[in-house]
Ligand binder design. Sequence first.
Ligand code: SF4
Length: 325
Amino acid sequence: MKLVEVKNVKKYFPVQKGFIDQILSRKQTYVRAVDDVSFYVKKGEVLGLAGESGSGKTTMGRLCVRLIAPTEGQILFDGKDIAPLKGEELRLMKRRFQFTFQDPTSSLNPRLSIGEAVGDALKLQGIGDKDEQAFRSREVLERVGLSPAESFYDRLPHQLSGGQKQRVVFGRAIILNPEFVVTDEPVAMVDVSIKAQILELMMDLKKELDLTYLFISHDLATSRYVCDHIAIMYLGRIIEIADRDQIYEDPLHPYSQGLMSAIPIPDPKAQKAAAIPQGEIPSPIDPPSGCRFHPRCPKAFDRCPKEDPELKNAGNGRVVACHLY
Ligand code: SF4
């Protein structure tokens, strides 16, 4: 069953016009952060969203839980389009999905105790009185491994380690018993030594609470351990979606091939030459014509700058946007 389905979603951010542009009334330009993206996440699965920074994956994640509204398109949650929701209807719907931010330090209010930070969502949603909120907050602290809860409840964020702060972030995400959680680079800011513990916590919570995840990460080595399927984004578009083993063992799109070949492996002698395409990711204000990847693609041919490849079925449940398929 599809829990989340994104259909032809676009998110364009207007670019602030300079003084001269305003005087000359030049046309408004937009950053096309997400540009006609469609995919779905089945209930109970983990979909990884990968790509270089600037590919639009964080914007896509924020759209999925309506932290921001799309410019166009539908975002179906359990069959209901949440794209046009506003006010009270959106606030109530937000109990069902959560977002964890990449940097736990900046996502926690430095003046709010850990217990208050975790219980804050209950307060915002008007669930329970003060005592009930504190009780539930203690339960959740225990659940995310901050035990005994009593010794953490009154601490401030700066008194915790990076890994403990990330546990608080997960506690805050699960306190409303959501069904869907978008995690943005959940282990990017923690020590390598505790990365595995955070991922283990994430997967334990998934099992216990029957969660569905959208796992945003540029780190494909990590995504391999937690994701069922992987979607690769490039310059605001999805260019390939496949199940985990397919995409790691046999990526189809030249960009996916470059990303996979650059994953570090334990034996440096066996490391294939990294084929990450040279050059910068082009500007999302004025993306290249045809296939957006063509200026960096080692396999580009004459059709590529002229025609935009659609995301097409490539067999075995995988889809790819490339004229080679
Ligand atoms: Fe490369 Fe052309 Fe495929 Fe784009 S469509 S990825 S440029 S081969």
